[in-house]
Write a protein that binds this ligand. Structure first.
Ligand code: NAD
Length: 493
């Protein structure tokens, strides 16, 4: 039986104005399990109007930052209470491992606690002056209505990276989750009322980017768009927001290099290579999809990574024994399979996988075998374009300078990994790599306390850490005249 989920607008659960729905399917068995409101521009207008009213005239507008922080912390506690339920909904929508989704959801309260704590620590300055009769100070104010547009791979985590900071800063929100994974977001938004948030502070619209995306981004009452998704969509969002000169932050894709030097601890490096690409079936923006390996250990590392990946257990993402789940949608699986063919035609050597699995219990799901290509050169499409699937390209390099050249030879700059036992090399590499995050002898570490975002075409702005809140604030400078009277305006001084 399919479950129906509702949007939240002005504190009330609502279907779409048209009464239309769309289906959401489980990637493990391909079956429709839920229905989501199919919104149009009239629904967008209603959600933005609600957020705009809450920002300008509702109790939220006059609430102290300390009170906002308390609400955020209460929300964090409710998420902890409902973590299992929310994680299960995410898995039914995106097919990622329950263990990973549960880990993510259980970590979400940290964001609401962290940013709840930060809410009343946003300080302006009293400015030094070269005009002794004047007193001036700055304050940091919210922007207004922020639209959050999220992708399907980690719906609640990536929403939280925006929402916790923007609410702590005093903004209101309209959320558009991915049409592929809306259910968990809608279940999560129902918690805001229970946490005590005033109506209209957080609203949602569900539907398809090509139908409601532009209406959301270009709406005159929207002050900022915070977007996570693919770079082509990111460009469309950036262009749409430019029409209204809106604030924008973009978290986009990557083609991240994971670099193994011959002085590395190879046991660790092999594990890092595997988790870099096969976690979440490669469907993460930070996937270490280009494994750069020093020529002197190239064959050994290629063999060991392949042998390790061959042991991966594919299966039902809800089972604890499963290590690699399905691809989230049927078209995305086809895209991954198309890239595998492209790689073969370009001359890459397939060491592992390269097709859908044959096991009967996986037949209904949208699986692709963990796939590894050797002899990849950095100008092949498999090394340049984001596949977003369990496909690893192993690229040889000669020395440090060669590794840096290949690693940085990409339009992206989201993340990079370095495996070495030399501290000097680690720091030289961290300096030289053009990426928003560099990991040394680890991969995929993220934290509420650590800024995350892309260089080059991987994005604009940073999420997480103290600086994230500045993405949702604007500075106002206030001048007070302390002199007795105002001088004659026609007399220049
Ligand atoms: P996508 O770009 O297809 O969709 C993202 C969101 O944008 C969805 O909600 C979609 O409905 C919406 N959208 C589509 N067209 C739109 C338009 N014209 N205007 C406004 N909104 C529109 O991305 P996806 O396939 O859902 O997610 C995968 C992509 O996200 C990958 O490229 C991945 O690298 C990226 N990603 C980046 C990060 C990061 O933090 N840097 C994290 C996760 C995923």
């Amino acid at each position: 039986m399919t479950e129906r989920f509702l949007n939240i607008v002005n504190g009330a659960p609502v279907a779409s104005g048209s009464g239309h729905w769309f289906d959401s399917a489980n990637p493990y068995d391909g079956k429709v399990w839920s229905q989501i409101p199919h919104c149009d521009t009239a629904d967008v207008n209603a959600a933005v109007a609600s957020a705009h009213a809450a920002y300008n005239t509702g109790p939220w507008a006059t609430m102290t930052a300390t009170q906002r922080g308390k609400l955020l912390r209460r929300l964090g506690d409710l998420i902890a209470r409902d973590a299992e339920k929310l994680a299960q909904l995410e898995v039914r929508d995106n097919g990622k491992l329950y263990a990973e989704m549960l880990g993510q959801v259980k970590y979400l309260p940290e964001y609401y606690h962290y940013f709840g704590g930060l809410a009343d620590k946003i300080e302006g300055s009293v400015l030094p002056t070269d005009k002794p009769e004047m007193f001036s100070y700055t304050k940091h104010e919210p922007l207004g209505v922020v639209v959050c547009i999220t992708p399907w791979n980690s719906p609640l985590l990536l929403l939280t990276w925006k929402l916790a900071a923007l609410l702590a800063a005093g903004n209101t929100a309209v959320i558009k989750p991915s049409e592929i994974t809306s259910a968990a977001t809608l279940a999560f938004l129902a918690l805001f009322k229970e946490a005590g948030f005033p109506d209209g502070v957080v609203n949602s619209v569900t539907g398809f980017g090509h139908e409601i995306g532009a209406a959301l981004v270009e709406h005159p009452q929207v002050a900022k768009v915070a977007f996570t998704g693919g770079d082509a969509t990111g460009r469309a969002v950036y262009q749409g927001a430019a029409k209204g000169l809106k604030h924008v932050s973009l978290e986009l894709g990557g083609k991240s290099p994971n670099i193994i030097f011959d002085d590395a601890n190879l046991d660790d490096a092999v594990k890092g290579a595997i988790s870099g690409i096969f976690a979440a079936s490669g469907q993460t923006c930070i996937a270490g999809s280009r494994l750069l390996v020093q020529r002197s250990v190239y064959d050994e590392v290629s063999e060991r990574v392949t042998a390790f990946a061959a042991t991966a257990q594919l299966g039902d993402p809800m089972q604890a024994s499963t290590q690699v789940g399905p691809i989230t949608t049927r078209p995305q699986r086809q895209k991954v399979l198309d890239y595998i063919e492209i790689a073969k035609n370009e001359g890459a050597r397939c060491l592992l996988g390269g097709k859908t699995p044959e096991a009967a219990d996986l037949a209904e799901g949208w699986f692709v075998e963990p796939t590894i290509f050797a002899d990849v050169s950095n100008d092949m499409r498999i090394a340049r374009e984001e596949v977003f699937g369990p496909v690893l390209s192993i690229i040889p390099f000669e020395d440090e300078a060669d590794a840096i050249r290949i690693a940085n030879d990409t339009i992206y700059g989201l993340a990079a990994g370095v495996w070495t036992t030399s501290m000097r090399r680690a720091i030289r590499m961290a300096d030289a790599l053009k990426a928003g995050t560099v990991w040394v002898n680890t991969y995929r570490a993220v934290s509420v306390m650590a800024p995350f975002g892309g260089m080059k075409q991987s994005g604009i702005g940073r999420e997480n850490g103290q600086e994230a809140i500045r993405e949702f604030l604007q500075t106002k400078c206030v001048w007070l005249n302390l002199a007795d009277g105002v001088p004659n305006p026609f007399v220049m001084r």
